[in-house]
Design a binder for this molecule. Structure first.
Ligand code: HEC
Ligand code: HEC
Length: 390
């Protein structure tokens, strides 16, 4: 039905010189299946603001290169992100493993795909844009966010368009999406024709993911009132300010790698105010693999923002192994790094010894209180990042 309407609308577009493109699009949309399919949840004439969201003045890191966020691209990205049609058997969407209620991660240690469970824990997709690191995945094997986005689709376990074991490859997905009315409309709306290809999908998904931003935390309220990270924040409790100082400050070690003063050195790798990973980081000593054996290549972490949700619950277990849901276990890990070698970052191996932070319970409580100030609320509730099919 709609497939017939679109070419008509386009004939109209190309034949009428005196009408602006916008007017024609409006005509197209009024008769559009989008309004039916999505029960008015997506109005192409009145899109949510993805492109011009407010970014605090103290945020400077940005890994956008050739694919700036647009409202059009992001809305297509959002539909793709939530669409189970992107998997070989229509059971799994990106959002199955990257759930809004978990900061776009998953509460499970490993996530379930079309052919089994993932080899690493899912990653939060919060503030993925605001980082110096341009490589994605825990082990940084993808050289851009764009190239990352179509890899899960082609992963045999995750979404299954792998070309392996008799499964179709991704070219079949392009044909499949071209046979769906709402994609005909969305691709035409954005690109002027119905062609689905990998680059168009990558751009749209990349824009949607970069649009997911969280800057309404208690930390941000405080940061906006001071000139730098190291000043006490006026809106923080004494405990939160103590935790912030411990997180920010470098460690003073003795010759045996035992901490004798200073902070606990987290900011060297998880750098405020974005809390993005230092691109030069080695691994942090969490080198187990969910499938047994070792996994020493993990040198990336999502931003440490929104590790907890607004109710103080964790957005899934920590690290690529999902080794714990208790933040004290994270601190105990850094307090006493198990083994050197195997790519351990030298900052965690002071004077050739695995670091011993010698933390008191009071210090641990302070750091946990601080980490909880990094939680926003908008990302969990804002409709513009929610499921358009539901
Ligand atoms: C079956 C679960 C699953 C599905 C489906 C899935 N992901 Fe993921 N995602 C993961 C896991 C697990 C990782 C970490 C994998 C790794 O690093 O080896 C990840 C990592 C990522 C990252 C890297 C984040 C970072 O900071 O480096 C992005 C971006 C991402 N996924 C986007 C997507 C998109 C887009 C889709 C849909 C096309 C998708 N994912 C589908 C589980 C999933
Ligand atoms: C030398 C660099 C480095 C330092 C210093 C460092 N980290 Fe990390 N951190 C990493 C890397 C790399 C990862 C990813 C590890 C993995 O999953 O295997 C990580 C992961 C994490 C995670 C898990 C994030 C997630 O999404 O699951 C938390 C939490 C964390 N670090 C907290 C801290 C704290 C608190 C400190 C200070 C005591 C600290 N880190 C110091 C490099 C570092």
């Amino acid at each position: 039905m709609t497939k017939l309407l679109i070419p008509l609308a386009f004939l109209f577009l190309f034949s009428s010189c005196d009408s602006s493109e916008e007017e024609v699009i409006e005509v197209d949309i009024e008769q559009s299946a989008i309004l039916v399919q999505f029960e008015n949840r997506i109005d192409l004439t009145n899109l949510p603001n993805y492109a011009n969201q407010e970014i605090p003045s103290y945020i400077s890191k940005d890994n956008t290169t050739t694919n700036p966020i647009t409202d059009n691209g992001s809305i297509l990205g959002r539909v793709l992100f939530y669409d189970k049609n992107l998997s070989i058997d229509n059971t799994v969407a990106c959002a199955s493993c990257h759930q809004q209620s978990f900061g776009f991660s998953d509460g499970d240690i490993a996530s379930t795909g079309v052919n089994g469970s993932t080899g690493r824990h899912s990653m939060r997709l919060v503030n993925a844009r605001f980082a110096d690191e341009v490589n994605f995945f825990w082990d940084e094997r993808s050289t851009s966010l764009e190239s990352q986005t179509t890899q899960p689709i082609q992963d045999h376990i995750e979404m299954g368009f792998s070309g392996e074991e008799g499964n179709d490859d991704i070219s079949r997905l392009f044909e499949k999406l071209e046979s769906i009315d709402y994609y005909n409309e969305l691709f035409t709306f954005i690109y002027g024709d119905t062609e689905v290809n990998e680059q168009r999908m990558q751009n749209a998904l990349g824009q949607f993911i970069r649009s997911i931003q969280s800057f309404d935390s208690k930390y941000d309220l405080g940061r906006a009132q001071v000139n730098n990270e190291n000043t006490d924040f006026p809106n923080f409790s004494e405990l939160e300010n103590e935790g912030k100082a411990l997180f920010m400050d470098r460690v003073d070690f003795n010759n045996n790698g035992v901490r004798v003063g200073g902070g606990i050195g987290c900011n060297a790798c998880h750098r405020a105010p974005e809390f993005d990973i230092d691109p030069r980081s080695g691994n942090n000593g969490i080198i187990a693999s969910l499938s047994g054996g070792t996994d020493t290549e993990v040198t990336r972490s999502p931003s440490l923002r929104d590790l907890f949700n607004t109710s103080g619950e964790v957005n899934g277990p920590f690290m690529h192994t999902g080794f714990s849901e208790d933040f004290e276990d994270v601190l105990d890990h850094y307090d006493n790094i198990p083994a050197a070698g195997n790519g351990l970052d030298r900052r965690l191996n002071p004077m050739g010894n695995t670091q011993n932070l010698n933390m008191t319970q009071g210090e641990k409580d302070a750091v946990i209180a601080f980490i909880k100030t990094l939680t926003g609320s908008d990302i969990y509730s804002n409709d513009k990042w929610s499921d358009p099919f539901n």
